[in-house]
Design a protein around this ligand. Structure first.
Ligand SMILES: [Zn+2]
Length: 100
């Protein structure tokens, strides 16, 4: 993982699928709303955020992870929640594909 300093005008976050750092604009934001993990469509929802690339490999990596917590959200996560979130993401990606 690169540790070199980057300019502050390009904020980076770690993808919870591939665990690589990248510009946060290039990733989906995930947050907790009313106790459930959800996709932050606007990127402006309050609270902690986790970030994930819109990439099959990253989404699959996230679903298959055996970790029982999401450190970026300081929250436990179950395999069911991982799958539900992936379904949300795929629904959103399909909608985008239909719009393009
Ligand atoms: Zn990724």
């Amino acid at each position: 993982m690169p540790t070199t300093l980057k300019p502050n005008n390009r904020p980076e976050r770690m993808c919870i699928g591939c665990m690589q750092r990248d510009a946060k604009q290039r990733m989906l934001r995930i947050t907790v709303a009313e106790g459930s993990l959800t996709l932050d469509e606007t990127g402006r929802m309050p609270g902690r955020g986790a970030y994930l690339h819109q990439d099959d490999r990253c989404i699959t990596g996230f679903v298959r992870s055996k970790s029982r917590e999401l450190r970026s959200l300081r929250r436990a996560i179950s395999p069911d929640e991982r799958r539900r979130l992936a379904e949300l993401i795929y629904m959103r990606l399909d909608r985008h594909a239909a719009l393009e």
